[in-house]
Design a protein around this ligand. Structure first.
Ligand SMILES: [Zn+2]
Length: 70
């Protein structure tokens, strides 16, 4: 059954391929305009991380490296 009004809370979001973000709660691909709290309210660190992912600048080099924190 589809969620009618998922708020796409930032704590549910994960970066996915193609510079996009997905809500792990409702499984929708979301944009920065659809998330909660508002993108503008999330702080520079979050915004930069999001933008880097959108531009593909945080793309990981080939090869699995699970659990590595930079
Ligand atoms: Zn959602």
């Amino acid at each position: 059954m589809a969620m009618l009004s998922c708020i796409h809370h930032v704590s549910w979001l994960k970066p996915i391929d193609g510079g996009k973000h997905q809500c792990t709660y409702c499984r929708e691909v979301v944009t920065k305009k659809e998330i909660y709290p508002k993108f503008e309210d999330l702080g520079v660190e979050f915004q930069q991380k999001w933008d880097r992912h959108e531009k593909g600048e945080d793309a990981k080099p080939a090869g699995p490296a699970p659990g590595v924190a930079s």
